[in-house]
Write a protein that binds this ligand. Structure first.
Ligand code: ADP
Ligand code: MG
Length: 678
């Protein structure tokens, strides 16, 4: 059994990534071509046994053990309760959580994560988390306030697409800031009030996923989809202060893990092919680096997926990986590779902790703004609705509290403004739009005095913000109630079944121990010989199994090497072509100069030219804008739509740059090598 020991350190609770395997039933297609089932599931011992259909003589089947394994008849609800429920419970307490579905295309990743809408029993992990989260809020103490928001994105060919965005052609950037970490710029997020809201968001995203895939002429099996739910909750602590906890849950449907066919792709197609699974192979490399414990460098930065999910692997998160496999013999190679991958992931150690008062929490910012709006209304003699509670503190303590709050509000508003200026955590885009027409708040105060209607507007804004915050105990379940009950009932049943299984397991263990005892009581030499022969046979089987494993691994390694080499050769060819073009246009001296002045920016993954503002057309632009240039006669002509190229004279010296008017007349973006010679 894998070690899942729990211990607590300064970094948080140390816990291994939990890994489970789910086997889907034989598909009708596999059934039609008479595929053989090569998988045996031992749910009791959490073991999967796989038989090689082309096994050499004497090669025993391979056995892998996990945290849990699910046979073809496992239900969606069981999967939820046994795998996702503990993680979602932690997210509700303020921990981060991640659930990955990994495996070959067609093995049930999307079925496990999203499921089908046909019946409540067919729904997958994602919709079940909706019912679970809002069920929790409905049962919570009324002093607890909640804010739930969601985002949904897709990574294809190392490009990030917002599945909830208005324009599906926009590609988003991955950015990083020291205080809030890695985030996707301009990603749209939605504040949700109930499970149905989340359901609608998921359906919209899924629809965009399919549409996008068709438009790009690819299947969604080559993209990674990340659905993220952020749950913030606030409660008055023992110190009388509000404390916000924030749990982020990533639900990840990974791209199919099968090897891309080795097509003789070139140019654009080659670049795509090498990028498509870059995220997935980097994920594998990250796992290897984390597990072997020898490499000090974990290559998170090498792909978008691993950058965005850095915390999920070896970081601050409770993480589960569900490896999906097919039972059919024709998928042996992919299945064994999935089992190996999953088996390695078990050894990753994470250190999860509760996120208290994080910088990017919105709940308190909203509450502070509501308080401020309320105060403005109050000061302007507006009547407040009865539902709004007012503290009954003495005049003096109210004063100091107000001061404190105002100070805190200012600093928080600043951080909100900062957040918006830099357009960073765009998960609050929806709210941002609303806030834009509201701030600065102080301005409102002046205007408020002018007209009554503006007072109304203020009140409406406050109401708007208030509606976003959910109060514990509110019943928001609606349709989700049935789903939540279904999950809860199944959880109880599961608990009973688990304890029965546990007893059974103990009984079996005892019997086995007994049997070993008996075996070892040799009554005569003859029996001992027989026993030794048996032992020898067992050891021989072990030897064969290790040998087979070794040759399997060698073959897999070889295949991987060949794939990589092919990629390297393709990239080499591509590089030669680029060099040919560059050499044709830029003399070697200038190339050397450019090389001297560029540096690699690790943060954004781009080459950057030093002092680019002082080069070529940028300088010309600046000169044009200077006051001296105002005189029409002395103003240099507009050269933004003219190419400058290098020219070598007869005596090998450079002559004036040659001007070439671009045919379209459309100004082209200036690039480093065009600017350098001036
Ligand atoms: P993937 O996302 O891994 O490519 P899908 O989730 O789309 O695979 O599953 C492929 C097909 O198999 C779908 O038609 C799905 O309904 C079916 N399927 C997958 N897992 C199961 C399961 N556990 N029980 C029944 N049908 C399943
Ligand atoms: Mg899928």
């Amino acid at each position: 059994m894998p070690g899942t020991e729990d211990s607590t350190t300064e970094l948080g609770e140390i816990e291994n990534v939990r890994v489970v395997v789910r086997v889907r039933p034989l598909s009708s297609k596999e059934f039609d071509v008479h595929c053989k089932n090569i998988i045996d599931v031992d749910a009791l011992n959490a073991e999967i046994t796989i038989e090689n259909p082309n096994a050499a003589q004497g090669e025993p089947p391979k056995v892998f053990s996990f945290d849990a394994v699910f046979d073809t008849d496992s239900t969606q609800v069981d999967i939820y309760n046994e795998t996702a429920r503990p993680i979602v419970d932690k997210v509700l307490q303020g921990y981060n959580g991640t659930i990955f579905a990994y495996g070959q295309t067609g093995t049930g990743k999307t079925y496990t994560m999203s499921g089908a809408k046909t019946s409540p029993q067919a729904r997958g992990i994602i919709p079940n988390t909706f019912a679970h989260i809002f069920g929790h809020i409905a049962k919570a103490d009324e002093n607890q306030k909640f804010l739930v928001r969601a985002t949904y994105l897709e990574i294809y060919n190392e490009e990030v697409r917002d599945l909830l965005g208005k324009d599906q052609n926009t590609r988003l950037e991955v950015k990083e800031r020291p205080d809030i970490g890695v985030f996707v710029k301009d990603l749209s997020g939605y504040v949700v009030n109930n499970a149905d809201d989340l359901d609608r968001i998921m359906s919209l995203g899924n629809k965009n996923r399919v549409v996008g895939a068709t438009a790009m002429n690819v299947s969604s099996s080559r993209s990674h989809a990340i659905f993220t739910i952020t749950v913030e909750s606030s409660q008055i602590g023992e110190d009388g202060e509000q404390h916000v906890k924030m749990g982020k849950l990533h639900l990840v449907d990974l791209a199919g893990s099968e090897r891309q066919s080795k097509t003789k792709a070139t140019g654009q197609r080659l670049r795509e092919a090498t990028k498509i699974n870059l995220s997935l192979s980097t994920l594998g490399n990250v796992i290897s680096a984390l597990v072997d414990g020898q490499s000090s460098h974990v290559p998170y930065r090498n792909s978008k997926l691993t950058r965005l999910l850095q915390d999920s692997l070896g970081g601050n998160s409770k993480t589960l990986m569900c490896a999906n496999i097919s039972p059919a013999d024709i998928n042996y190679d992919e299945t064994i590779s999935t089992l190996r991958y999953a088996n390695r992931a078990k050894n990753i150690k994470n250190h999860a902790r509760i996120n208290e008062d994080p910088k990017d929490a919105l709940l308190r910012q909203f509450q502070v703004e509501i308080e401020q709006l309320r105060k403005q209304l109050e000061e302007n003699g507006a009547e407040l609705s009865e539902s709004e509670d007012e503290s009954e503190d003495s005049e003096e303590s109210r004063e100091t509290k107000r001061d404190k709050k105002a100070r805190r509000r200012r600093s928080q508003m600043m951080s909100v403004a900062e957040l918006e200026d830099k357009d960073t955590d765009s998960t609050e885009k929806v709210d941002k739009a609303e806030r834009d027409d509201k701030s600065p708040v102080d301005k409102d105060v002046i205007e408020l005095k002018k007209t009554q209607s503006e007072k109304e507007a203020l009140r409406e804004k406050m109401q708007n913000l208030q509606n976003k915050i959910l109060v514990g105990g509110e019943n928001l379940l609606e349709k989700a109630e049935a789903q939540e009950q279904l999950l809860a009932a199944a959880a109880v049943e599961l608990e009973q079944r688990k304890s029965r299984e546990e007893q059974l397991k103990k009984a079996i263990k005892a019997k086995e121990a007994e049997r070993i005892d008996i075996e070892e009581k040799y009554s005569s030499l003859q029996e001992e010989a027989a026993g030794k022969t048996k032992k020898l046979a067992r050891v021989y089987t072990m030897l064969m199994s290790v040998k087979a494993e070794l040759s399997d691994l060698q073959q897999e390694h070889q295949r991987e090497m060949e794939g990589l080499l092919e990629g390297v050769r393709g990239i080499g060819r591509e590089l030669q072509l680029q060099n040919l073009i560059v050499n044709h246009y830029i003399p070697v001296q200038y190339q050397t100069m450019i090389k001297r002045y560029v540096h690699w920016n690790e943060d954004i993954g781009e080459w950057q030219l030093k002092c680019v503002a002082y080069t070529g057309n940028n300088m010309r632009k600046a000169q044009t804008a200077s006051p001296a240039g105002n005189n029409k006669d002395t103003m240099p002509p507009d050269m933004s739509n003219i190419y400058l190229s290098y020219n070598i004279g007869i005596d090998n010296t450079f002559v004036q740059p040659k001007k070439v008017r671009s045919r379209s007349g459309v100004p082209r973006p200036t690039t480093a090598h065009r600017r350098t010679p001036h």
